[in-house]
Design a protein around this ligand. Structure first.
Ligand SMILES: C[S@@+](CC[C@H](N)C(=O)[O-])C[C@H]1O[C@@H](n2cnc3c(N)ncnc32)[C@H](O)[C@@H]1O
Length: 359
C-alpha cells in the first residue's frame, strides 16, 4: 500500500529538490524515518560499525587519547559525537576513557543529534551524568575540540544536478494526489551552479551530487575548530573516484531496495548517499583546515591496533564468543565488506600534524 504523503506535510503538486524531499521523509516529527523508530542492529534496517562491535568504538576512544596527547594534553578537551544513533559509540568511549584518568578529567563530551526520538534512546543507553546534548556549539568555549561522526555525513540528504545540452537542471520530486511521487528536472538556481562550479573536484562532470545541507552543517563545526583548534574525524561509506553516478540508496530490513520500492515505502526505509571524499577534502582545505591522507576504514583501524586488541580480548572469551568476535572483526575490516567501502578523513587545525591512523 502506498503511503499517504499528507502526513509528511508535502503539499500536492509542490516541486521539492531531492534533498528537501528526503529530509522530510527522514526527519518530519513523529512520522519521518528517524523520528519514530530505532533502525539500528539485527532487528532494525541496518547495522553500523558501533552496533556491530564495541571494538570499533574502543579504537575510536584510543584514537581520541592519542589526539589529546598529540595536542599537548590540554586541561580542557572537548569531544562532540555527531549523529550518535543509538549511543553505542559514546557509551563505549566513556568506559574506555576511565582507563586514562588525566584525559578523563579533562574531557567534556557532547552529543549532537537531530532526531528527538533517537535522543530519547541515547539517554536510555548512556550514563549521561557527564554528557550534554547540544543543538549548536556555542557552549563550547575553551579547549581544543574533536568532532566525530560515523555515518553522519552520508545521512544528510544531497542535491543532484544533471547537465543537459550545457545547461544545469536539478532533480526534484513532485507529489501528485498525496500518493504518487514523480521525478522532475527543473532549471538549476544560478547561485547553486556558481557554488558547484567553484569545486575543482566537480569540474567536467555531467551529473553532480552536491551535499549543500551537509556543508551547511559543517560550517559551524569548521568555525569552532578554527576558533579553538582541534579537528573533525569522519567515517563514511564513500568513494574517491567520481563517475557521474546516482549514489542515493535505500535500505529496509537490512536489504538494499530500489528507488521504486523506496518511493512506495517512504518513512519505512533509510535513505543515504555515498560520500564524495575528495569533495569533502576540498571543502576542508578551502576553509583552511589541514587534511590527513584519506584512508580506508581497514587501514585506519589496523593502524590503530584493532587486531592486537582483538587478540588480547580473545584470550578471555569462550569458543562461541571468539567465533563471534572474528565474524564482527571481518565485517569491519574485509575489503568487500566495510573495510574498503568505508573511508576515514581527518580535517584539523593544530601545530602538530602527526596524528595516528593515516600513515
Ligand atoms: C546512519 S545514522 C548513524 C548513527 C551512528 N553514528 C552509528 O554509526 O551507529 C545517522 C545519525 O545521524 C543523525 N543525523 C543526521 N542528520 C543530522 C543532522 N543534520 N544533525 C544531527 N544529527 C543528524 C541521525 O539522526 C542518526 O543519529
Amino acid at each position: 500500500m502506498k503511503p499517504n504523503l499528507k502526513k509528511f506535510k508535502i503539499p500536492s503538486k509542490k516541486t521539492l529538490p531531492v534533498d528537501d524531499f528526503i529530509e522530510k521523509i527522514l526527519y518530519e516529527p513523529e512520522i519521518g524515518y528517524y523520528s519514530r523508530k530505532d533502525p539500528f542492529g539485527k532487528n532494525g534496517d541496518f547495522i553500523t560499525s558501533p552496533t556491530i562491535s564495541n571494538l570499533f568504538s574502543e579504537i575510536i576512544g584510543i584514537w581520541l587519547v592519542s589526539a589529546w596527547e598529540k595536542m599537548g594534553k590540554p586541561k580542557i578537551f572537548n569531544f562532540v559525537e555527531l549523529g550518535p544513533g543509538d549511543g553505542s559509540l559514546t557509551k563505549v568511549i566513556i568506559s574506555t576513557l576511565k582507563k586514562f584518568p588525566e584525559l578523563n578529567k579533562a574531557i567534556k563530551i557532547y552529543l549532537y543529534e537531530k532526531s528527538i526520538f533517537l535522543k530519547v534512546i541515547q539517554k536510555q543507553n548512556i550514563d549521561n551524568k557527564h554528557i550534554k546534548w547540544i543543538k549548536n556549539f556555542k557552549s563550547i568555549k575553551k579547549g581544543p575540540v574533536i568532532f566525530f561522526g560515523n555515518e553522519f555525513f552520508d545521512a544528510i540528504p544531497i542535491k543532484q544536478f544533471s547537465n543537459i545540452n550545457n545547461e544545469w537542471f536539478e532533480k526534484c520530486y513532485v507529489v501528485k494526489n498525496n500518493i504518487d511521487v514523480i521525478e522532475k528536472f527543473v532549471r538549476s538556481k544560478k547561485k547553486d551552479v556558481a557554488q558547484i562550479m567553484n569545486f575543482g573536484t566537480l569540474k567536467k562532470l555531467k551529473f553532480i551530487e552536491f551535499p549543500k545541507k551537509g556543508f551547511l552543517e559543517l560550517n559551524p563545526i569548521i568555525n569552532k575548530i578554527s576558533e579553538l583548534s582541534g579537528g573533525i574525524l569522519l567515517i563514511d561509506y564513500g568513494y574517491l573516484n567520481i563517475n557521474n553516478s546516482n549514489t542515493i540508496q535505500a535500505v529496509m530490513n537490512n536489504k538494499r531496495i530500489s528507488t521504486r520500492t523506496m518511493l512506495k515505502n517512504l518513512g519505512n526505509a533509510d535513505i543515504t548517499s555515498l560520500v564524495n571524499f575528495n569533495l569533502l577534502k576540498e571543502y576542508f582545505l578551502k576553509n583552511n583546515l589541514k587534511v590527513k591522507k584519506i584512508v580506508t576504514q581497514r587501514f585506519f583501524l589496523e593502524r590503530m591496533g584493532i587486531i592486537e586488541r582483538a587478540h588480547i580480548l580473545e584470550k578471555k572469551k569462550n569458543n562461541v564468543e571468539q567465533i563471534y568476535m572474528k565474524e564482527t572483526l571481518s565485517r569491519l575490516l574485509e575489503e568487500k565488506q566495510m573495510g574498503s567501502l568505508f573511508k576515514v578523513i581527518f580535517g584539523y587545525k593544530n601545530k602538530n600534524n602527526d596524528f595516528f591512523g593515516f600513515e
